[in-house]
Ligand binder design. Sequence first.
Ligand code: MSP
Length: 651
Amino acid sequence: MSSCHKAYITTPIYYVNDVPHIGHAYTTIIADMLARYSRMSGLETFFLTGTDEHGQKIEESAKARGKTPQEYADEISAKFKNLWDYFGIGYDKFIRTTDPDHMKGVQKAFEKMYANGDIYKDVYKGHYCVSCEAFFTEIQLVDGEFCPECGKPTHIVEEESYFFRLSAYQEKLLKWYDENPECILPRSKRNEVIRFVEGGLEDLSITRTSFDWGVKLPESIDDPKHVMYVWLDALMNYVTALGYGTDEALMSFWPARVHLIGKDILRFHAIYWPAFLMSLGLELPKHIAAHGWWTRDGEKMSKSKGNVIDPKEVADAYGLDNFRYFMLREVPFGGDGDFSQKALIDRINSDLGNDLGNLLNRLIGMSGKYFDGRVETSKVRDYYPEELAEVEASLANLEPLLFEMQLHRYLEELWKPLSVANKAIDTYQPWVLMKEGKEEAAMALNGLVATILAKVAVMLYPVMPQTAPKIAKALGFEIDHKSWKKLFKEGGIVESFTIEKIPPLFPRIEAPLLKQNTDLSASQAQNAKAETKKTPEKHEEGIALIGIDDFFKTSLKVGTVVKAEALPKSKKLLLLQVDVGEEKPRQIVAGIKEWYSPESLVGTQVCVVANLKPAKLMGQRSEGMLLAAKDEEGLALIRPEKPKKPGTQIG
Ligand code: MSP
């Protein structure tokens, strides 16, 4: 971020095929922090978030649940909005790509790009990944077939399509990266983008005819079988939210100060988006900041592993502000981070409890014991100029770190004044000063500690918006633009006040507050080990008996068939896409062609063995197995007696 009196800050808009998880919360919390800082520092700020609701993936997910895409989008979009409201995220607008004004704006943009010759019609042939909603060239595919981003199979699409002349923007993009060293943050990511663009850009297919759930082309183009490519639709949200193409009053907020995104969607934001903007004659964003990926206890999170972290659960257990602090402090921006309760507890007990909370307690204790709770600050400068200078030197580093998106270093630097204060108490020992009759020095020491705490509270506010005001209140002031200016910008001293005794802000946490999946699986693994050593008992009928742990080694789940097709050249096999409640449907090759037609399967439910090692059958990857029973009369699939949510565990 850099300075100018308006700031427009955005999160990505979230796909409505997944409920909010910790990765979404991370992006949103960072954006919220930046927006809060921006407001506090007096900038007119507009903070945008929302949901991305069109595309084949959403259409298929809705179908699998027996809902219309709109019903499904309404349901999941509300989940995001409710969670952000529950978290007190201070967005100014929650945009949905199904909003009529957004769709009008996208059509206007299409019209404009078409009119200026940047869009043309041709035939597209290529490999498409539905999960990533992205095309790949032959050489980009893994094993000639699988998506290089998510590993799922791609399929060949050959259809009439409108193209955006991305290739025409290669040089202009390179010039932009070159002239704006901070346009992509962290800077290392900018180099990756430059290398990619230097490798050559192909024109981009920006419409589809194979499904309906998308923004139609503008009437002036009159080609009703096409809908727009989701990424064109989605990226445009950043300007349609400001009224682009409809009521443009808010366009004064453009260009964005920062688009906050995850590293997985950098290509779309750092290449396609600036090229679209150039074509539309709009200014380019000041910064595109890409953060890293969160794992859990060292593992990638996925629904099938059951290790996805629900941000609400963590915030409820550990406190929302503590969770925010942890996320921003724990990982260098741009790097990947690992979530573990241990790391979270360490941060709470150590940084927050010991360094910050205890300092406040010490101040409450000292002023209560010696001065009836009164904190006088008029003599701080006379007694402790060196400590104050040290504090100011650290504070001076904060804004540059924030503007460079070095958020973990921002917090690291913000903690230095706390150690100055703790050290000052240990060095000057107020109890000794009091004994020696140096009351004024002891009083000024209290004033120094209070001033440091006040400054830290102000700068901590964007990260901990509930806790920092509590500290400020105990110190007799409020956090707002005025106090920010005085205590941070002008290096001021807090006014004298009578301290309010408040209960400890960060009670020590001794043990994890949430049930840990990993511990559970570790004990299961141990049981399993013990079990295998024993010789299995035999049932009367000669079948080996197993323990319940053995049974639960098989993960059985309810799935809904979202797509089914015959495998050419195979008499027995069908190729199915089965939704088992994960981000993407599983591809399963099933030997049931003799008994079931593909059409009869779509929309029906099946039971899936969900933890089988993937195998290749007739060149197709198979990621599970269906349960079925076969006798002389043929084969019957085993299905739940009543419809159950995809992904429901069986057992
Ligand atoms: N709809 C697109 C964005 C369009 S913006 C014009 C999209 N949506 S998403 O819901 O899949 O992801 C949204 C954001 O969540 C991305 O920034 C992504 O990086 C972030 N995260 C999703 N999982 C994550 C982790 N496990 N860790 C960190 N962030 C990740 O992409």
